[in-house]
Write a protein that binds this ligand. Structure first.
Ligand code: TPP
Ligand code: MG
Length: 470
């Protein structure tokens, strides 16, 4: 049985406990002021000034202001637009790096044993088992859909392998009313909210029942009923939209937030920065979650940014932030619960950076062994597997057994295979659907395009899929 500390979930308590978010307003310590030999406040002698100049050419580890004071020992400061700022006699640049990287909050060790002294939100048996089953569903769906693509039955696919804990533990920690603005590697949220395997298959195979009616590539899921905005291919576009969605929730007085996902690569887009600033200034209740999985297709994080990852960017924008072990379902669950509560109660954004590893290829259009070693991939798959860690914990609690595992995997495998077989044979959306659902009345240019397309199909029937009703 894991030793946990169930605690009251009040905001003041959360702020004091081990999950301590990086505060936007950190206090700045001051060194003793320069004192003239006469006791008057005055400019220091030139020799000291030049010494200080030389000294200040070296960049300090941290900005430590040497403030100067007035006769009463008060620090000199004035009100600038934006707030009161103290003065310093020392010309010192803020360092580009700190000695220590921001630590990563975790609950379970690599083998799934709770680390002594770690505090986290207690999970009841029902939720824990449901979480684990959902992770297995996601894994099995990914494996079979991926194989189907390799067999040429699907045009494209993208797995969440290695990121099952972020997907499912986040979903479990949120409210169904929270509006999700995904990047594309978050189908587990939909799964948790009740999107069926059959619905995933319909979208991927572009059937007439599929969301989007075959007008999008596979994996571009969406569901209005489940508050999941449709995936869009251009990365990071969802982030400024999330700030807007959040602001509208705020105006309507809703007890819900927007939850926006991005990958590490997505943070290099201008949209990421616009979104963070907009959300901070407008105090929009949006929870930004960055899945930092080490890679943006073939670009490693070392070529993506020189900051200490993504978490530190929160403070630059005035946004509270935390770094969490994304392969630790319990840590993700606790951190997201706490973050969501802050976002909704305080009506302000929060940034969560979840450290993880993309075990699969970027997508079926990628072969990641061309730019990273198989050894590295295998190490993450075996020793830092988020599912094995969580399963060990659930099983140690006596809530899961090897027999249940075998039964679940067998049932799910059959369900996914059947869903694929049905979707493959299902009727395709009709040609007219290509032009519907955007405008109330079809504009003349689209009417012209539809006419031209139909004429082309009549002339070259053999080049068009025979199963698309005209
Ligand atoms: C605006 C834009 N630029 C480039 C691409 C091509 N592209 C698709 S995914 C991707 C990498 C994204 O990496 P990351 O944000 O780390 O997400 P991950 O795939 O690791 O989950 C790129 C560059 C795109 N889809 N949109
Ligand atoms: Mg990435």
């Amino acid at each position: 049985m894991g030793s946990w500390f169930a605690r009251s979930r009040s905001i003041p308590y959360l702020l004091k406990r081990n999950i301590s978010f990086l505060h936007a307003n950190s206090s700045c310590k001051t060194l003793p002021p320069y004192k003239s030999p006469h006791g008057f406040r005055e400019r220091p002698p030139a020799s000291i000034l030049s010494f200080r100049r030389l000294e200040s050419a070296m960049v300090g580890k941290q900005a430590q202001a040497v403030a100067y004071t007035d006769d009463d020992g008060e620090s000199q400061s004035i009100e600038f637009p934006g707030g009161r700022v103290g003065f310093t006699t020392q010309m010192e640049f803020i360092s580009e790096a700190t000695d220590k990287r921001v630590p990563c909050y975790r609950v379970l060790d690599d083998d799934g044993f709770p680390i002594a002294g770690t505090r986290f939100d207690q999970l009841d048996e029902e939720t824990a088992v449901r979480m684990y089953k959902s992770m297995v569903s996601l894994q099995i769906m990914d494996t079979i859909f991926y194989e189907a693509q390799r067999q040429g039955r699907l045009s494209f696919y993208l797995t969440s392998t290695g990121e099952e804990a972020i997907n499912i533990a986040t979903a479990a920690a949120l409210s169904p009313d929270d509006i999700i603005l995904p990047q594309y590697r978050e189908p587990g949220i939909l799964l948790w909210r009740g999107f069926s395997i059959e619905e995933f298959a319909s979208q991927c195979f572009g059937t007439k029942d599929g969301h989007g009616k075959g007008r999008q590539m596979p994996i571009h899921y969406g569901s209005k009923d489940l508050n999941f905005i449709t995936v869009s291919s251009p990365i990071a576009t969802q982030l400024p939209q999330a700030a807007g969605v959040a602001y509208s929730l705020k105006m309507d007085g809703k007890e819900a937030c927007a939850v926006a996902f991005t990958g590490d690569g997505g943070t290099s887009e201008g949209d990421f920065h616009a979104a963070m600033n907009f959300a901070a200034v407008m105090e929009a209740p949006v929870l930004f979650i960055c899945r930092n999985n080490g890679w943006a297709i073939s670009t490693p994080v070392s070529e993506q940014f020189r900051s200490d990852g993504v978490v530190v960017k929160g403070q630059a924008y005035g946004i509270r932030s935390i770094r969490v072990d994304g392969n630790d379902a319990l840590a993700v669950y606790s951190a997201i619960r706490a973050a969501r509560m802050m976002v909704v109660r305080e009506q302000k954004p929060v940034l969560v950076e979840a450290l993880t590893y993309r075990v699969g290829h970027h997508s079926t259009s990628d072969d990641s062994t061309k730019y990273r070693s198989v050894k590295e991939i295998e190490q993450w798959k075996r020793s830092r597997n988020p599912m094995t860690r969580f399963r060990n914990w659930v099983q140690a609690n006596g809530w899961w057994s090897d027999q249940e595992e075998a039964e679940l995997r067998g049932t799910l495998r059959n369900q996914v295979l059947k869903a694929i077989q049905v979707a493959e044979k299902a009727e395709k959306p009709c040609l007219g659907d290509l032009f519907s659902d955007v405008y109330d009345k079809l504009p003349s240019n689209l009417q012209q395009q539809e006419k031209s397309l139909r004429q082309t199909i009549t002339r070259h029937k053999q080049d068009f899929p025979p199963d698309v009703p005209l």
